[in-house]
Design a protein around this ligand. Structure first.
Ligand code: NDP
Length: 245
Protein backbone atom coordinates (compact mmCIF):
# COMPACT_ATOMS: atom_id res chain seq x y z
CA UNK A 1 0.00 0.00 0.00
CA UNK A 2 1.34 3.47 -0.83
CA UNK A 3 2.36 5.79 2.00
CA UNK A 4 0.12 8.83 1.52
CA UNK A 5 0.77 10.54 4.85
CA UNK A 6 0.27 14.29 4.60
CA UNK A 7 -1.38 13.96 1.19
CA UNK A 8 -4.81 15.17 0.11
CA UNK A 9 -6.99 12.92 -2.06
CA UNK A 10 -10.25 13.89 -3.75
CA UNK A 11 -12.60 10.98 -4.49
CA UNK A 12 -15.87 11.42 -6.37
CA UNK A 13 -18.69 8.92 -6.05
CA UNK A 14 -17.54 8.16 -2.50
CA UNK A 15 -21.00 7.46 -1.04
CA UNK A 16 -21.12 3.80 -2.11
CA UNK A 17 -19.63 1.14 -4.34
CA UNK A 18 -16.07 1.29 -5.63
CA UNK A 19 -15.54 4.96 -4.72
CA UNK A 20 -16.52 4.34 -1.09
CA UNK A 21 -13.82 1.71 -0.66
CA UNK A 22 -11.19 3.66 -2.59
CA UNK A 23 -11.82 6.61 -0.27
CA UNK A 24 -11.59 4.36 2.78
CA UNK A 25 -8.43 2.74 1.41
CA UNK A 26 -6.73 6.04 0.65
CA UNK A 27 -7.52 7.27 4.18
CA UNK A 28 -6.03 4.03 5.49
CA UNK A 29 -2.84 4.89 3.58
CA UNK A 30 -2.66 8.20 5.48
CA UNK A 31 -4.30 10.60 3.02
CA UNK A 32 -6.84 13.20 4.08
CA UNK A 33 -9.81 12.32 1.87
CA UNK A 34 -12.15 14.86 0.31
CA UNK A 35 -15.21 12.71 -0.37
CA UNK A 36 -17.77 13.87 -2.96
CA UNK A 37 -21.25 12.52 -3.76
CA UNK A 38 -24.89 13.54 -3.45
CA UNK A 39 -25.97 11.04 -0.77
CA UNK A 40 -25.12 12.55 2.60
CA UNK A 41 -25.92 9.31 4.48
CA UNK A 42 -23.33 7.37 2.47
CA UNK A 43 -20.70 10.05 2.99
CA UNK A 44 -21.39 10.12 6.74
CA UNK A 45 -21.07 6.35 6.97
CA UNK A 46 -17.73 6.61 5.17
CA UNK A 47 -16.62 9.38 7.53
CA UNK A 48 -17.51 7.24 10.56
CA UNK A 49 -15.49 4.31 9.21
CA UNK A 50 -12.50 6.48 8.34
CA UNK A 51 -12.50 8.18 11.75
CA UNK A 52 -12.89 4.87 13.57
CA UNK A 53 -9.72 3.68 11.82
CA UNK A 54 -7.83 6.85 12.84
CA UNK A 55 -8.06 8.67 9.51
CA UNK A 56 -9.60 11.97 8.44
CA UNK A 57 -12.00 13.15 5.75
CA UNK A 58 -13.86 16.20 4.53
CA UNK A 59 -17.34 15.53 3.18
CA UNK A 60 -18.59 17.43 0.14
CA UNK A 61 -22.24 16.77 -0.74
CA UNK A 62 -22.28 17.85 -4.38
CA UNK A 63 -24.12 16.96 -7.56
CA UNK A 64 -21.38 16.81 -10.17
CA UNK A 65 -23.72 18.23 -12.78
CA UNK A 66 -23.38 21.49 -10.79
CA UNK A 67 -20.48 22.85 -12.82
CA UNK A 68 -20.09 26.01 -10.74
CA UNK A 69 -19.97 23.77 -7.66
CA UNK A 70 -17.04 21.86 -9.17
CA UNK A 71 -15.22 25.14 -9.77
CA UNK A 72 -15.86 26.18 -6.16
CA UNK A 73 -14.55 22.82 -4.94
CA UNK A 74 -11.21 23.37 -6.68
CA UNK A 75 -11.00 26.87 -5.20
CA UNK A 76 -11.78 25.59 -1.70
CA UNK A 77 -9.13 22.85 -1.90
CA UNK A 78 -6.58 25.41 -3.02
CA UNK A 79 -7.50 27.74 -0.20
CA UNK A 80 -7.33 25.05 2.47
CA UNK A 81 -4.40 22.87 1.36
CA UNK A 82 -2.69 24.80 -1.45
CA UNK A 83 -2.47 21.66 -3.61
CA UNK A 84 -4.09 18.34 -4.45
CA UNK A 85 -2.09 15.11 -4.47
CA UNK A 86 -4.63 12.55 -5.70
CA UNK A 87 -7.77 12.76 -7.83
CA UNK A 88 -9.98 9.70 -8.17
CA UNK A 89 -12.67 10.67 -10.70
CA UNK A 90 -14.86 7.67 -9.97
CA UNK A 91 -18.46 8.93 -10.02
CA UNK A 92 -20.45 7.70 -12.98
CA UNK A 93 -23.88 6.69 -14.18
CA UNK A 94 -24.99 3.87 -16.44
CA UNK A 95 -28.03 5.32 -18.16
CA UNK A 96 -30.30 2.72 -19.70
CA UNK A 97 -29.24 -0.47 -21.43
CA UNK A 98 -31.22 -0.35 -24.66
CA UNK A 99 -30.89 -0.09 -28.44
CA UNK A 100 -29.40 3.26 -29.46
CA UNK A 101 -32.56 4.15 -31.34
CA UNK A 102 -34.61 3.77 -28.15
CA UNK A 103 -32.43 5.87 -25.87
CA UNK A 104 -34.27 8.93 -24.58
CA UNK A 105 -32.52 12.24 -25.15
CA UNK A 106 -32.57 13.11 -21.47
CA UNK A 107 -30.88 9.79 -20.59
CA UNK A 108 -28.14 10.27 -23.17
CA UNK A 109 -27.58 13.84 -22.00
CA UNK A 110 -27.40 12.77 -18.34
CA UNK A 111 -24.81 10.09 -19.07
CA UNK A 112 -22.70 12.55 -21.03
CA UNK A 113 -23.16 15.22 -18.39
CA UNK A 114 -22.01 13.08 -15.44
CA UNK A 115 -19.50 10.80 -17.17
CA UNK A 116 -17.87 13.32 -19.51
CA UNK A 117 -18.69 16.99 -19.03
CA UNK A 118 -18.41 16.96 -15.24
CA UNK A 119 -15.17 14.96 -15.53
CA UNK A 120 -13.72 17.59 -17.84
CA UNK A 121 -14.89 20.33 -15.49
CA UNK A 122 -13.29 18.52 -12.55
CA UNK A 123 -10.04 18.04 -14.45
CA UNK A 124 -10.07 21.73 -15.35
CA UNK A 125 -10.70 22.65 -11.72
CA UNK A 126 -7.94 20.51 -10.16
CA UNK A 127 -5.27 20.35 -12.88
CA UNK A 128 -3.44 23.40 -11.42
CA UNK A 129 -3.67 21.89 -7.92
CA UNK A 130 -2.20 18.53 -9.00
CA UNK A 131 0.65 20.42 -10.65
CA UNK A 132 1.34 22.06 -7.28
CA UNK A 133 1.87 18.62 -5.70
CA UNK A 134 5.30 17.00 -5.83
CA UNK A 135 3.53 13.83 -7.07
CA UNK A 136 0.05 14.57 -8.46
CA UNK A 137 -1.79 11.39 -9.31
CA UNK A 138 -5.08 11.16 -11.25
CA UNK A 139 -7.17 8.02 -11.67
CA UNK A 140 -10.12 8.23 -14.05
CA UNK A 141 -12.63 5.40 -13.62
CA UNK A 142 -13.29 3.92 -17.02
CA UNK A 143 -14.80 0.63 -18.12
CA UNK A 144 -14.24 -2.21 -20.53
CA UNK A 145 -17.18 -0.66 -22.41
CA UNK A 146 -14.85 2.16 -23.52
CA UNK A 147 -13.36 -0.21 -26.07
CA UNK A 148 -15.73 -3.19 -26.28
CA UNK A 149 -18.71 -1.35 -27.87
CA UNK A 150 -21.26 -3.97 -26.82
CA UNK A 151 -24.82 -3.87 -28.18
CA UNK A 152 -27.21 -1.79 -26.02
CA UNK A 153 -24.41 -0.10 -24.04
CA UNK A 154 -24.10 2.82 -26.53
CA UNK A 155 -24.36 5.95 -24.34
CA UNK A 156 -22.30 4.52 -21.47
CA UNK A 157 -19.67 3.11 -23.86
CA UNK A 158 -19.43 6.41 -25.74
CA UNK A 159 -19.05 8.31 -22.46
CA UNK A 160 -16.24 6.09 -21.18
CA UNK A 161 -14.44 6.24 -24.55
CA UNK A 162 -14.65 10.03 -24.34
CA UNK A 163 -13.35 9.96 -20.76
CA UNK A 164 -10.37 7.86 -21.83
CA UNK A 165 -9.62 10.27 -24.69
CA UNK A 166 -9.70 13.16 -22.23
CA UNK A 167 -7.42 11.28 -19.87
CA UNK A 168 -4.91 10.42 -22.58
CA UNK A 169 -4.76 14.04 -23.73
CA UNK A 170 -4.28 15.17 -20.13
CA UNK A 171 -1.56 12.59 -19.53
CA UNK A 172 0.27 13.82 -22.61
CA UNK A 173 -0.04 17.45 -21.50
CA UNK A 174 1.39 16.66 -18.08
CA UNK A 175 4.01 14.07 -19.01
CA UNK A 176 6.92 16.41 -18.25
CA UNK A 177 5.44 17.39 -14.89
CA UNK A 178 5.29 15.42 -11.64
CA UNK A 179 1.69 14.51 -12.59
CA UNK A 180 0.65 11.00 -13.65
CA UNK A 181 -2.77 10.35 -15.19
CA UNK A 182 -4.15 6.85 -15.65
CA UNK A 183 -7.47 5.25 -16.39
CA UNK A 184 -8.74 2.24 -14.44
CA UNK A 185 -11.16 -0.48 -15.48
CA UNK A 186 -12.50 -2.07 -12.30
CA UNK A 187 -14.16 -4.88 -14.24
CA UNK A 188 -17.49 -6.39 -13.19
CA UNK A 189 -17.89 -5.49 -9.51
CA UNK A 190 -20.64 -6.13 -6.94
CA UNK A 191 -22.24 -2.66 -6.83
CA UNK A 192 -25.56 -0.95 -7.40
CA UNK A 193 -24.51 0.04 -10.92
CA UNK A 194 -23.65 -3.52 -11.90
CA UNK A 195 -26.96 -4.78 -10.46
CA UNK A 196 -28.78 -2.18 -12.57
CA UNK A 197 -26.89 -3.28 -15.69
CA UNK A 198 -27.25 -7.04 -15.12
CA UNK A 199 -30.33 -7.61 -12.95
CA UNK A 200 -30.32 -11.38 -13.55
CA UNK A 201 -26.75 -11.85 -12.36
CA UNK A 202 -25.93 -13.38 -8.99
CA UNK A 203 -24.02 -10.59 -7.16
CA UNK A 204 -22.10 -13.05 -4.98
CA UNK A 205 -20.25 -14.28 -8.09
CA UNK A 206 -18.61 -10.86 -8.46
CA UNK A 207 -15.71 -9.37 -6.51
CA UNK A 208 -16.66 -7.05 -3.65
CA UNK A 209 -15.81 -3.37 -4.30
CA UNK A 210 -13.38 -3.42 -1.35
CA UNK A 211 -11.29 -6.03 -3.19
CA UNK A 212 -11.24 -3.98 -6.40
CA UNK A 213 -10.40 -0.79 -4.49
CA UNK A 214 -7.39 -2.50 -2.89
CA UNK A 215 -6.07 -3.36 -6.36
CA UNK A 216 -6.33 0.26 -7.50
CA UNK A 217 -4.73 2.08 -4.57
CA UNK A 218 -1.19 1.80 -5.93
CA UNK A 219 -2.24 4.14 -8.79
CA UNK A 220 -2.14 6.93 -6.17
CA UNK A 221 1.43 6.14 -5.18
CA UNK A 222 4.00 8.96 -5.44
CA UNK A 223 6.39 6.27 -6.76
CA UNK A 224 4.17 5.41 -9.77
CA UNK A 225 5.80 6.46 -13.02
CA UNK A 226 3.32 5.11 -15.59
CA UNK A 227 1.07 7.68 -17.25
CA UNK A 228 -1.59 7.65 -19.98
CA UNK A 229 -2.48 3.96 -19.61
CA UNK A 230 -5.48 1.94 -18.51
CA UNK A 231 -5.08 -0.40 -15.56
CA UNK A 232 -7.21 -3.54 -15.67
CA UNK A 233 -8.11 -4.43 -12.09
CA UNK A 234 -9.14 -8.00 -12.90
CA UNK A 235 -5.87 -9.03 -14.56
CA UNK A 236 -3.81 -6.38 -12.69
CA UNK A 237 -2.05 -5.22 -15.85
CA UNK A 238 -1.63 -1.91 -17.65
CA UNK A 239 -2.98 -1.73 -21.19
CA UNK A 240 -1.35 0.55 -23.72
CA UNK A 241 -3.77 3.04 -25.23
CA UNK A 242 -3.07 4.74 -28.56
CA UNK A 243 -0.35 7.37 -28.10
CA UNK A 244 -0.34 10.73 -29.90
CA UNK A 245 1.24 10.62 -33.37
P1 NDP B 1 -22.36 2.98 -8.05
O1 NDP B 1 -23.61 3.27 -8.80
O2 NDP B 1 -22.38 1.97 -6.97
O3 NDP B 1 -21.79 4.35 -7.43
C1 NDP B 1 -21.70 5.48 -8.24
C2 NDP B 1 -21.19 6.63 -7.42
O4 NDP B 1 -21.22 7.81 -8.26
C3 NDP B 1 -22.06 6.91 -6.21
O5 NDP B 1 -21.25 7.25 -5.10
C4 NDP B 1 -22.89 8.12 -6.64
O6 NDP B 1 -23.18 8.93 -5.53
C5 NDP B 1 -21.91 8.84 -7.58
N1 NDP B 1 -22.63 9.72 -8.50
C6 NDP B 1 -23.45 9.36 -9.52
N2 NDP B 1 -23.98 10.44 -10.08
C7 NDP B 1 -23.49 11.52 -9.41
C8 NDP B 1 -23.67 12.92 -9.50
N3 NDP B 1 -24.49 13.45 -10.41
N4 NDP B 1 -23.01 13.72 -8.65
C9 NDP B 1 -22.20 13.20 -7.72
N5 NDP B 1 -21.95 11.89 -7.57
C10 NDP B 1 -22.62 11.06 -8.40
O7 NDP B 1 -21.26 2.63 -9.15
P2 NDP B 1 -19.91 1.75 -9.10
O8 NDP B 1 -19.26 1.87 -7.78
O9 NDP B 1 -20.24 0.44 -9.66
O10 NDP B 1 -19.07 2.52 -10.21
C11 NDP B 1 -18.00 3.40 -9.93
C12 NDP B 1 -17.29 3.68 -11.23
O11 NDP B 1 -16.77 2.48 -11.78
C13 NDP B 1 -18.21 4.28 -12.30
O12 NDP B 1 -17.52 5.31 -13.01
C14 NDP B 1 -18.50 3.10 -13.21
O13 NDP B 1 -18.80 3.52 -14.52
C15 NDP B 1 -17.21 2.33 -13.12
N6 NDP B 1 -17.34 0.90 -13.45
C16 NDP B 1 -18.08 0.07 -12.65
C17 NDP B 1 -18.17 -1.29 -12.94
C18 NDP B 1 -18.95 -2.24 -12.10
O14 NDP B 1 -19.08 -3.42 -12.47
N7 NDP B 1 -19.49 -1.83 -10.96
C19 NDP B 1 -17.50 -1.86 -14.12
C20 NDP B 1 -16.75 -0.89 -14.91
C21 NDP B 1 -16.68 0.43 -14.56
P3 NDP B 1 -24.59 9.62 -5.22
O15 NDP B 1 -25.66 8.81 -5.88
O16 NDP B 1 -24.61 9.63 -3.73
O17 NDP B 1 -24.43 11.00 -5.79
Amino acid sequence: MPDLSGRVALVTGASRGIGYFIAKGLAGCGAHVVAVARTVGGLEELDDEIKAAGGSATLVPLDLTDMAGIDRLGGAIHERWGKLDVLVANAGVLGTISPIGHVEAKVFEKVMSVNVISQWRLIRSVDPLLRLSDAGRAILMSSGAASSAKAFWGPYAASKAALEALGRSWAHETQNMAVRVNMANPGATRTAMRAQAMPGEEPETLPHPSEIAQRLLFLASPQLQVTGKRFEARDQVFVDLPAPA
